[in-house]
Write a protein that binds this ligand. Structure first.
Ligand code: ZN
Length: 418
């Protein structure tokens, strides 16, 4: 039976997939095709990208438009992190649904099924399969079909936990249940990158650790008698840049008189790392152009989108977001010589932005530069393609390999690109 195996090394930049740092990924690339022009989606955050990888759709279409989002639960606009498990229910309460389009687990429900093992935030894991069509394993959240509770994975949120999860994934899924789709999402190197300088010894250690897990999965797939029927996709969701400066948009708007005060419900600012999305309540819609002019004049802002132009980013201009800003990004290197430095943001909730350490969410060259390797039927060995592939192409590639429809997706099968 045809199967697909997907391994995501969270936050690994394409330019750091090298023979020295990632010998296993390079070994896998020698057996398959490496997509040199692979791009992330916007915002280049894990939770939005998780939903895009699961659905083959851009955030404007699947509806999870950030790592943080403003929702109106009946008491005005409030910004919530998508990370905690409870966010799924808040989204459903505010909008009457979870994602607007089906995930792979739903499309494969009666066609071999899907099993997801994820060691990132609960929210990023849940939006692989928010309505419980397949099996989900996470360190704090585990469900079977129908969202029936299961025993969570007993693993830590670090490279050691990734290794333990990979062992379980190989034993229980690749060797055991053998679903049509088996997806493994490692937390490293992203988890460590947020707290250390890019290129530092601690950073390089976790890149090597994630690479080792990808190598174990590859070896296991290769050793199987059905190796020729398996599509293996190894990828990251986004890259990283170093944080050069942190800008608190909430303070700026309050000081300028465009937001009533901290926590006020008139203007909601959702920080996405190196970008931010701004939502205006009905009584504040008239302030939009003044806010745009104010932020446009700030040299720390790299780009600003509002109105219909938001659709250029793959977001829905009618989805609730009124203004999008990205941080100015430069080639400036980290203290260990890794290029790419960007401005990061705080908003109505505060997130972890560490100056000199890694971050993502915006449009910077390196955060928009994840890697992708496809190995299996239809992919040449050792080929390199600059084909303009995107994170939304993973789901249609998996479904096309499994002989399923790819209708209703923004992405296209990589097999057609190759
Ligand atoms: Zn991250």
């Amino acid at each position: 039976m045809k199967r697909a195996v997907v391994v995501i090394c969270d936050g690994l930049r394409d330019d750091m997939v090298t023979p020295d740092l990632t010998p296993n990924l390079c070994r896998i690339a020698a057996h398959g095709t490496r997509f040199d022009g692979h791009r992330g989606i916007f915002p280049s955050t894990t939770r939005t990208t998780s939903a895009s990888i699961a659905t083959g759709c851009l955030p404007g279409r699947h509806g999870l438009e950030g790592n943080a989002m403003a929702l109106d639960l009946g008491d005005g606009l409030e910004v919530f992190s998508v990370g905690p498990p409870a966010f799924r229910d808040k989204l459903q309460q505010a909008t009457g649904r979870t994602l607007k389009v089906p995930v792979m687990a739903e499309r494969l429900k009666h066609a071999g099924g899907a099993v997801i093992y994820s060691n990132v935030s609960p929210g990023a894991a849940i939006f692989q399969d928010p309505d419980g069509h397949g099996h989900m394993q996470h360190r704090s959240h585990a469900t079977g079909p129908g969202r029936t509770p299961a025993a969570p994975l007993s693993v830590s949120h670090d490279a050691e936990g990734d290794a333990a999860m990979t062992r379980r994934f190989i034993d229980d899924v690749l060797q055991g249940s053998k679903p049509a789709l088996a997806l493994l999402w490692l937390c490293e190197p992203d988890h460590t990158q947020h707290g250390v300088a890019l290129g530092s010894p601690a950073h390089l250690d976790v890149i090597r650790a994630a690479d080792a897990q990808a190598g174990r999965v590859f070896d296991n797939v290769q050793a199987g008698i059905d190796a020729k029927e398996i599509l293996l996709l190894c990828a990251s969701d986004h890259g990283h840049e170093s944080v050069g400066e942190v800008v608190d948009i909430e303070n700026i708007l309050i000081e300028a008189g465009f937001k009533d005060g901290a926590g006020s419900r008139d203007v909601a600012i959702a920080p996405q790392g190196t970008s931010a999305t701004i939502y205006l309540a009905a009584e504040a819609k008239a302030r939009r152009d003044d806010i745009v002019r104010l932020l446009e004049a700030d040299p720390r802002i790299g780009g600003i989108w509002f109105g219909d132009a938001i659709s250029e980013l793959g977001l829905d201009p009618k989805g609730g977001i009124d203004i999008v800003v990205t941080g100015r990004s430069r080639e400036t290197a980290s203290e260990h010589g890794i290029p790419g430095t960007s401005v990061a943001f705080q908003g109505s909730i505060k997130i972890s932005n560490n100056i000199g350490c890694g971050q993502h969410g915006g449009m910077g060259r390196y955060e928009q530069n994840p890697f992708l390797i496809a190995c299996g039927p239809g992919f040449g060995k050792g080929e390199r393609l600059v084909a303009g592939s995107s994170a939304v192409d993973l789901a249609p590639s998996v479904l096309a390999h499994l002989g399923q429809s790819v209708d209703g997706m923004d992405g296209r099968p990589l097999q057609a690109v190759g």
